[in-house]
Design a protein around this ligand. Structure first.
Ligand code: C5P
Length: 395
């Protein structure tokens, strides 16, 4: 997607470099339009290197390409960060005296505005009135937050945090096809305690489940993320229920499945737990050279849900080490039958794939045990493909 980032002349411009970097790494085509004063804070070279695109502030540069409207027209989303009181006032008045304001006027894309300024300027009735106008016109505000400002003062006016700005941009880009739906996602890996310090766990970081939660949120869903020992931060704007053991995860999921439209079990759930948990740390010498832990089988949550008559669209995962595609499809089809799920996302987890890596590759096995979809790329791309397939089941 094409993201046009308008950067205004505020000290928070340096933070926006990180936002641009993230958007580029997420695969977006990012074009930066700094104002003249923004270049007093961060040089055009930095913006060019980070965005990987040429940077211009000059209205009268590249006139042959009609640049003053071309960037705005071609944008899928426009982000203005940091948005200064000055540029906010210009946007409210519909002025177009530089490349940034021209581009905004010439765009029909959603506009995300991330203001940053001193508290007095933010609270000034003129700024508040202008912000009200931008809101009325459908521009999306992210921040400002309250906290430490540039000098020693503290108050409202801090630029929103990096993740909140990135989330606002991706939300603005996403289709709203999950509006009004509730999506419950389990993520992470369970831990079954052996004693107070040891557990039976697995290598799942929770990244794929978190990407699913982000994608569902961006597409307008009300999201509940049941997170088992997540190693990645839970996204903003979703309700997170932290759990650790299978019993806790089961309770959290079953409690919420009744109100869910789609339930994705992305968590790596332990099939067994120690029959008893030692109250004190187990000592090596007590074992006498060897020991064994008696295990009890855990309830299969997905199968339990699959057996229910009235249930949400159910998506399960199958982490497999098989390399042959037909064998993977067969495993997925068998699991789909056994668990009574609608879809099984089969992913290979051998040779450094799947767990703990930024990318993923899945085959989505659906009706009749056939491949309903396949997805390969970032965990976000895979997440969107899984949600597409789940929506197709509903219809
Ligand atoms: O049973 P298996 O581990 O092969 O299947 C994996 C799928 O089943 C995943 O979606 C996982 O979240 C779910 N599962 C479950 N309850 C278990 C074990 C796995 O819901 N006890």
């Amino acid at each position: 997607m094409r993201v046009v980032v308008g950067v205004c002349g505020g000290i928070a411009a340096y933070k926006v470099v990180g936002v641009i970097r993230t958007l580029v790494l997420e695969g977006h085509d990012v074009h930066v339009i700094p104002t003249e004063s923004a270049l007093q804070f961060v040089g055009a070279t930095t913006f060019e290197a980070i965005s990987r695109n040429p940077v211009s502030t000059d209205l009268f540069h590249g006139v042959a390409e009609v640049k003053h409207v071309a960037l705005g027209q071609s944008a899928d989303v426009v982000l203005i960060a940091p948005a200064t009181a000055n540029t906010i006032a210009k946007l409210a008045a519909g002025l177009s005296d530089n490349l940034l304001t021209n581009s905004v006027l010439a765009s029909r894309a959603p506009v995300v505005v991330a203001p940053a300024m001193h508290t007095e300027m933010w609270e000034n009735p003129a700024t508040q009135h202008n912000i009200g106008l931008l809101r009325e016109r459908g521009m999306r505000l992210v921040g400002p937050e309250s906290g430490q400002l540039t000098g020693s003062d503290v108050g409202v006016g801090r630029l929103a945090e990096h993740d909140a700005i990135v989330a606002a941009v991706t939300t603005a880009l996403a289709p709203r096809d999950l509006e009004g739906r509730t999506v419950v996602i389990s993520a992470g890996g369970t831990r079954e305690p052996i004693d107070p310090v040891r557990f039976i766990g697995n290598r799942s970081s929770g990244a794929q489940g978190v990407a699913l939660a982000e994608a569902a949120r961006d597409r307008g869903a009300d999201v509940v993320l049941v997170g088992a020992n997540l190693e990645v931060p839970a996204p903003a704007g979703v309700r997170t229920v932290p759990v650790s053991t299978v019993a806790e995860l089961r309770e959290a999921v079953l409690e919420r499945s009744g109100t869910a439209d789609i339930l994705v079990m992305a968590a790596a759930v332990s099939d067994y737990r120690p029959t008893t948990t030692a109250e004190k740390k187990m000592k090596k010498d007590a074992a006498g050279g060897g020991t064994s832990i008696e295990l009890t089988q855990n309830p299969d949550i997905l199968a339990e849900l699959g057996a229910q008559e009235s249930r949400p669209v159910l998506v399960g995962f199958a982490a497999e080490t098989e390399s042959d595609e037909s064998a993977l499809v067969e495993l997925g089809a068998g699991k789909r039958e056994r668990k009574g799920a609608d879809l099984i996302a089969v992913n290979r987890v051998d040779e450094g794939r799947g767990f703990g890596t930024p990318d993923n590759e899945v085959l989505i096995v659906g009706d009749g045990g056939t491949v309903a979809a396949r997805a390969c790329g970032s965990k976000r791309t895979v997440a969107d493909a899984i949600l597409d397939a789940a929506l197709a089941v509903r219809r």
